[in-house]
Design a protein around this ligand. Structure first.
Ligand code: MN
Length: 353
């Protein structure tokens, strides 16, 4: 066993519960479908990919990995391509009655996945706290694990078999991105798990995923995000207008949060009839997910944790420009109110020419 030392009882329990469940259900797991959230991030991809590997090696069940939306970020596309992660877009009819569904990095009832309402899941593995426990045969929710893929990694590490380089590389990158380079890895076993998978990593592939070559539209969108930025007190807001993928919205938000003296950053982008918003904060105790849910008004439209939140609302494929602008302004106004920033101060445009 190559289980990390100092694993606290809770983490052991989660990994053990998962292994026990797979063992018990080994003859009734097929056909298994693993569902990630829409616009899957590296943590969702790593959790799904590692679960697929675990189920295949441990109980011999082949599964397929599904997502909604798109894989947008250049890093994430490179992750999928270089690690040869086979993912399938959710289409109508994939959730057949006989299919067993495992959700990773999301839950039934969350607005960010394609899982049918009122359907019971087989397995849920997630790091996001939820108001009501999801309907599933096994539910593992650990809000302090840093990244959902940590839970799957710990189960894999408790197996005698070595972790293949492609799976280990996915896990390492998933942990790094979800914990902001381990800054949010507050529990010792998260760091231990990272170090344990790192030993099996393909470092060259990891470096290529982290430093990809980027297309023209990335720089065009980033330039727009910088020029459009307005600052009121410690809040920066930037509306990108039309974007090719919602991942650009979160990427620009992360980039702009680095502007000195900011505490909060909100970036929006219009994509396929929906207004996508990303909220980032560097306040240690802030709950960005809660704040963004309040700003959206409807709870299921947004989600997140600590420093990171995202959400989207329908505006309409044919909506006129005024409808989009109105929604952008409403979100901004509600966020300012929530952060107690007076709307009477004229916002600065620090980077406009
Ligand atoms: Mn995650």
């Amino acid at each position: 066993m190559n289980q990390p030392a100092d694993t606290p009882p809770t983490a052991v329990t989660h990994a053990d519960r998962l292994l026990e469940f797979l063992e018990q259900r080994r003859n009734t797991l097929a056909p298994l479908l693993i569902l990630m959230h829409d616009y899957p991030d590296p943590d969702a991809l790593a959790a799904g990919f590692a679960l697929q590997h675990l189920v295949q090696t441990m109980v011999g069940v082949e599964s397929r990995l599904f997502y909604g939306g798109a894989v947008g970020r250049t890093e994430n596309r490179e992750m999928v391509r270089l690690l040869k992660i086979r993912i399938h877009k959710v289409k109508r009819g994939v959730f057949k009655k006989e299919a067993r569904v495992a959700l990773v990095d999301t839950q039934p009832g969350f607005g960010n996945n394609a899982f049918p309402r009122k359907r019971r899941a087989t397995l849920v593995i997630d790091q996001h706290a939820s108001a009501a426990p999801p309907e599933a045969d096994l539910v593992i929710i650990d809000p302090h694990c840093g990244a959902t893929c940590v839970i799957v990694a710990q189960a894999l590490l408790r197996q005698a078999a070595p972790i293949p380089p492609r799976v280990a590389t996915a896990l390492a990158y998933g942990i790094l991105t979800d914990t902001l380079d381990l800054y949010r890895a507050t529990r010792p076993d998260v760091l231990q798990t990272y170090l344990a998978v790192l030993q099996h990593c393909d470092m060259r592939l990891l470096a290529r995923i982290q430093n990809p070559q980027r297309p023209q539209n990335f720089f065009a969108t980033l330039g727009k995000g910088i020029r459009n930025a307005t600052v009121s007190r410690r809040l920066l807001v930037s509306h990108l207008g039309a974007v090719s993928t919602p991942d650009l919205v979160s990427q620009v938000a992360e980039f702009l949060l680095a502007y000195r003296q900011l505490h909060w950053c909100l970036v929006t982008g219009r994509c396929q009839g929906r207004l996508h918003a990303s909220l980032r904060t560097n306040r240690p105790d802030a709950q960005a997910g809660e704040v963004l849910r309040e700003v959206f008004g409807e709870r299921r439209l947004a989600g997140g944790h600590g420093a990171i939140a995202g959400g989207s609302c329908l505006v309409g494929l044919e909506a006129p420009d005024e409808a989009w602008a109105e929604r952008e302004q409403t979100l901004t106004a509600r966020l300012m109110k929530r952060l107690r920033i007076s709307s009477e101060i004229e916002p600065r445009k620090p980077f406009a020419r």
